[in-house]
Every structure is written in C-alpha cells, then in structure tokens.
Design a protein around this ligand. Structure first.
Ligand SMILES: *Cc1c(COP(=O)(O)O)cnc(C)c1O
Length: 347
C-alpha cells in the first residue's frame, strides 16, 4: 500500500471501530432518538467544555452552521485571509450562508488584534456590518501552527469589546491541545461556537462536532436539517466517533513526532526550505526551489515523482508541498518517504 501523506482524512476505520459500528444501538436522530449519537454529543461537549454539541456530517457544515448562527446574512466575517473557511469550503459562506469574507493578512495564521479592530466596519449607512470573527487552531495552511492563550486572549478581548461573536474552526483542536499540553476545553474557552473534526487525526471515517451553548445547539439542529444534514440512524457512524474521541487524542503525539522527523529530514535537503522548529503538530509545509530546467512547477513535479515511489503528497502551490501525518503512517513509512523525496530531488 502506498504511503499516503496527502491528509489525515485518509485513515480507514480499524477493527475496534468497525466492531463498535456494527454493534451500535441506533434510533432516528432527527427525532433525537439515537442513543449513540446522544452519547457522542455529550462526550464532545464535555471535551470542549461547552453545554451541548451537535454531530454534523463534515467540518464544512459545522463551520457554516456556526457562522449562520452567529452572523446575520449580509454581514462580514473577519478571519485570517488564508483560513479554511474562505478557501476550502466552496464559497459556501457566500453561496449558502449569505456572508461576506473580510480577510486580514497575518504572519502565521492568526490575525493581530489591531488588524481585527481595523477590519470592523464603522456604523455607516453605506457599509456592511461586521457579523463575526473566526479563528483557526491549529492553522492548516500555516503548517499546523498552534496558538496558545497569550495569542488568543487579546483577540477575544477585542471581540468582546466590539460585541463581535467568535467562532473557532478547531478542525484539529485536539492536535493543538496535545502540542501545548493543555486540555481542549482550555483552548475553546471564550469562543461562542467551536467545530472540531472526528474524521482527521482522531481517526473516525466521517463526522465533526459543533459545540456551543444549549440554546445555540437547539438552533444549530434546525440549520443542520435545513442544509440536508439531518441524519437518521446515524449511531452507526457516531459509534466510530465515540471510539475516535476515546482513543484518538492519546496517540496524536506520535503523529507530531513523525511530522517532526519528516521536517528534520526535509530541512537537510538542499532544494528544500523549511524550519523544523515551526513544526509543532501533524502538518509539514515546505518549499521546493525550482530546478533550472523543466516545464512543470517544482512542487507538482515532486508530487508526481513521489507517486512513482508510492508516496502520495499534495502540492499546495507551485513551489509548496504539504505532508500530513496520521495513524496509518509509522516511523518506517516516514523514513521511506524521506528517501523518496531525496531521490526525487536528485540527491
Ligand atoms: C478539514 C478542515 C475543515 C473541515 O473539512 P471537512 O472536509 O468539511 O470535514 C475545516 N477547517 C479546517 C482548518 C480543516 O483543516
């Protein structure tokens, strides 16, 4: 089987998960009668430190439901310009949720409190109002970067002062908690809504959780149904989510070590640029310098050559590659992948 570093979404459910799925107690979750879904929602809320949680089919749907609850249609959402919500959710924010992105540039994925304050529109008859702020932790396109309270709190303070609700796209919040050695609840405190994925490093085949107050989750159920996300005997997949939530967090450190191993190996290769000290979680983003020949962008060329070595990885820009570690790539696979990169780059 190939070594798949494209994403942590590629894992397949293991035997324990499949067994739990086969044996799941189920009911109609649109009627709120699926005991396995209810259990998952309780466990997710406890982990996030919120009153309630809702099982949603994807992180994208969870993010969009949250924005729909926090921001009125026609308002602007402030976020780091490179966030997932703006770039990888098919413009759902505009097309379905009815909101306008107001991207602010940042050095490392987290906008500064000053830039957020500047992006809030003054009350004028010709300016759209600002509806919400959304942050991403860990930050995908910033190489899985992690933000602790010293970075988050000043943003939450600005938002509170300006009466701006704040969503956390915490697709990989468990990775952030592991890297910082704190609880997930610690990192979600102060946000109005939080989304995290079961389907990434935690290892479930499907599903994400939206966590918030009891009141907002009642509304979230209605929006989920409107978007076609009302699932019936969803306990079959929620059972996998329960196993992911129980067993997944404990092994994320391993993924982080593997990412670090990859980063340190890559940093030694002449045409590669990255700082391994910046790799804190399970994402490694690096640049490949172009050769003085060839007609294909260097990252595309590397991806193609790696696939010939049975290593799958994504080019996220003409000269930029992303490797993501997960439970289906062990240390030996990482070393093999490094060998394949070295060979592909002609070393
Ligand atoms: C993966 C991801 C999501 C959600 O993606 P889905 O594929 O819709 O589950 C949201 N935000 C970030 C930062 C992500 O990496």
């Amino acid at each position: 089987m190939s070594i798949d570093l494209r994403s942590d979404t590629v894992t397949r459910p293991d035997q324990a998960m499949r067994k739990a799925m086969a044996e799941a107690e189920v009911g109609d979750d649109v009627y709120g009668e699926d005991p396995t879904v209810l259990r998952l929602q309780e466990m997710a809320a406890a982990a996030a430190g919120t009153e309630a949680a809702l099982f949603v089919p994807s992180g994208t749907m969870g993010n969009q439901i949250a924005l729909r609850l926090l921001a009125a249609p026609g308002t602007e959402v402030i976020a780091d310009a490179d966030c997932h919500i703006f770039h990888y959710e098919m413009s759902a924010m505009a097309a379905i949720t009815g909101l306008m992105p107001r991207g602010v540039p940042s050095d490392d994925g987290l906008p500064s409190p000053e830039s957020v304050e500047r992006a809030v529109q003054p009350e004028q008859s010709y300016l759209a109002r600002t509806g919400a702020l959304t942050l991403e932790n860990t930050h995908n396109m910033a190489g899985g970067r992690v933000f602790d309270h010293s970075r988050i709190d000043p943003l939450l303070e600005v938002a509170r002062r300006l009466d701006l609700p704040v969503h956390l796209d915490g697709a990989r919040i468990f990775n952030a908690a592991e890297a910082l050695g704190v609880s997930v609840a610690d990192l979600t405190a102060g946000f109005d809504t939080v989304m995290f994925c079961l389907s990434k490093g935690l290892g479930a085949p499907v599903g994400s959780m939206l966590c918030s107050t009891r009141e907002l989750i009642v509304e979230a159920r209605r929006v989920r149904k409107m978007l076609g996300g009302g699932m019936r005997q969803a306990g079959v997949i929620a059972a996998a989510g329960l196993v992911a939530l129980r067993d997944g967090p404990a092994r994320l450190a391993e993924d982080h070590n593997h990412a670090r191993l990859l980063a340190e190996g890559l940093a030694q290769l002449p045409r590669v640029t990255l700082d391994p000290n910046e790799v804190r979680t399970n994402i490694v983003i690096f640049d490949v310098a172009p050769e003085d020949y060839g007609d294909l962008a260097p990252a595309m060329r590397l991806a193609r050559s790696l696939s010939e070595h049975d290593v799958l990885a994504g080019a996220i820009g003409p000269e930029t590659m992303r490797f993501v570690t997960h439970r289906d790539v062990d240390e030996a696979a990482c070393r093999k992948a490094l060998g394949a990169v070295a060979e592909s780059l002609g070393h």
